[in-house]
Design a protein around this ligand. Structure first.
Ligand SMILES: [Zn+2]
Length: 484
């Protein structure tokens, strides 16, 4: 039996969140918010005789990404024409970069399940313009050119990825970096971030690169992971059956959870790239590059390391908190409101995420939940002060998540304050022990796990509000007293 290993590279297209398009002054708008073909001008409609002008902000955003991905930034940059015909491309060519891209030779670090890390090479990142959008309805094809000319950054990894899990980790890290930089929302369902893995498999130990396929139309990172895993298995099965893999562009059928062949490639396309004659070469000033570097925000890995060092969080917890910028922002707002760093992390990762999962809500959306970071901080402080116990806190998170509001007020309104009074708890313990003579006898005969049952009964008698430490102490003492 031959063992196979996958060889995966990832191409990522990220629309840049500039105010205007790549080569004209049209606004960059959400595809769902504007009527089709209303945010266009002679330049992005490709009228004859018009001239493009490079968007400085788009170059700056591209630079930020290149620097964040540890790339070299060559001083000499040039745009190139990529010629092909497609109905959503009115010029008949796309302005892209070819021989002289914005950024080259970088890397990104991913965390592996065994706790180690791995660097995935970044071959290049280059600027280009997006195409329009085609919609096919009832045998007709409709074109919307609002998206034509939106700045796009293409980020190409080296083929260093060796499993579907690594592809997923790479995609998550890259998406987080784009979000932290504020250059892309990371919303794959809206198509502003598009990821295309190219995949081949080969016998372990071999260096050859076999025929690869490319998967398109992935609308989430989960789909990327599943489609990659499926495609790896499909190719291995073909080789094991003595067949070969055909070079092709595949799509991912979300409903059936299978990859499907869309287009078989007979030869590689010839785009006849040549330097774009309508644009000057782009010479980047070193001082500007260094100024952009100095202005980069704290990135996910640095934030993770800082949270571990400053607050003693585990690497796992810190990684989860920094994985989406929205979650990191939420967490830091809760700390700014006075929440204990470890407790906030525990309730956030445990209870708040559980509520979001139940609702099917993406973590990117945490900024919009009714339980505010300030309320979570307040809740954690109430637990630390002994005003409420852990069980009540969990229950309150459900309520605050559903309705919002102030934890302190809810505690008062519902009478949820923690009961710590020794005599009240002592009485409850005595009553429970009197009512359960069998369990008490079995416990005293060595069945120690019954302590949990008795603890539960006392907590129930105290309506869940008992101070767990006092209950434990009283229970132990009174059980001991009954031994004689
Ligand atoms: Zn325009």
């Amino acid at each position: 039996m031959v063992a196979y290993e996958p060889v995966i590279g990832l191409e990522v297209h990220a629309e840049l969140l500039t105010e205007s398009k790549m080569f004209c002054t049209c606004a960059v708008v959400d595809s769902t918010s504007a009527e089709p073909n209303t945010v266009v001008c002679p330049v992005c409609l490709a009228m004859p005789g018009v001239l493009p002008v490079i968007n400085r902000k788009a170059v700056e955003f591209g630079l930020m990404v290149g620097l964040a991905l540890n790339c070299e930034i060559p001083a000499f940059n040039q745009f190139a024409r990529k010629s092909y015909f497609y109905p959503d491309l009115p010029k008949g060519y796309q302005i892209s970069q070819y021989e002289y891209p914005l950024a080259i030779n970088g890397w990104l670090e991913i965390d592996l399940p065994d706790g180690s890390t791995k660097r995935i090479g970044i071959r290049r990142a280059h600027l280009e313009e997006d195409t329009g959008k085609l919609t096919h309805v009832d045998g007709h094809s409709l074109v919307d050119l609002n998206r034509a000319g939106v700045p796009l950054l293409e980020i190409v990894s080296e083929a260093d990825i060796r499993s579907a899990e690594e592809a997923e980790a790479y995609a998550r890290k890259l998406r987080a970096i784009l979000q932290y930089l504020g250059v892309n929302s990371g919303d794959m369902s809206k198509g502003v971030l598009r990821m295309e893995p190219n995949i081949s498999v080969r016998p372990v130990g071999s260096d050859d690169l076999r025929t690869r396929t490319e998967i398109k139309n992935l609308n989430s990172i989960r789909s990327l992971a599943r489609a990659s895993a499926y495609e790896i298995e499909r190719q291995i099965a073909l080789y094991e059956a003595g067949e070969s893999v055909q070079q092709a562009t595949m799509g991912w059928d979300e409903a059936r959870q299978v990859t499907v062949t869309q287009r078989v490639k007979e030869s590689s396309e010839d785009y006849r790239y040549f330097p774009e004659p309508d644009l000057p070469v782009l010479e980047l000033d070193r001082a500007w590059i260094e100024a952009v570097r100095a202005g980069l925000p704290e990135l996910p890995d640095a934030k993770r390391d800082r949270l571990m060092a400053e607050h003693g969080l585990s690497r796992y917890d810190a990684s989860v908190l920094v994985a989406q910028r929205a979650v990191a922002d939420y967490y830091e707002q809760a700390l700014a409101a006075g929440g204990d760093p470890k407790q906030v992390a525990n309730y956030l990762i445990g209870d708040v995420f559980r509520q979001m999962n139940l609702e099917g809500r993406e973590r990117d959306d945490i900024g919009a939940i009714l339980l505010t970071p300030q309320a979570l901080a307040e809740l954690v402080t109430l637990v630390r002060q002994g005003a409420i116990n852990h069980g009540v806190a969990k229950q309150l998170i459900e309520t605050l998540y559903a309705e919002g509001g102030s934890p302190a007020r809810l505690v008062e309104q519902r009478g949820l304050a923690q009961v710590s009074d020794e005599s009240v708890i002592g009485e409850a313990v005595a009553t429970v022990l009197d009512e359960h003579p069998d369990e008490v006898a079995r416990y005293l005969a060595g069945e120690e796990k019954l302590i949990k049952f008795l603890m539960g009964m006392v907590m129930r008698a105290l309506k869940g509000k008992g101070d767990a430490q006092v209950v434990q102490r009283q229970l132990a003492a009174q059980l001991e007293a009954r031994r004689k």
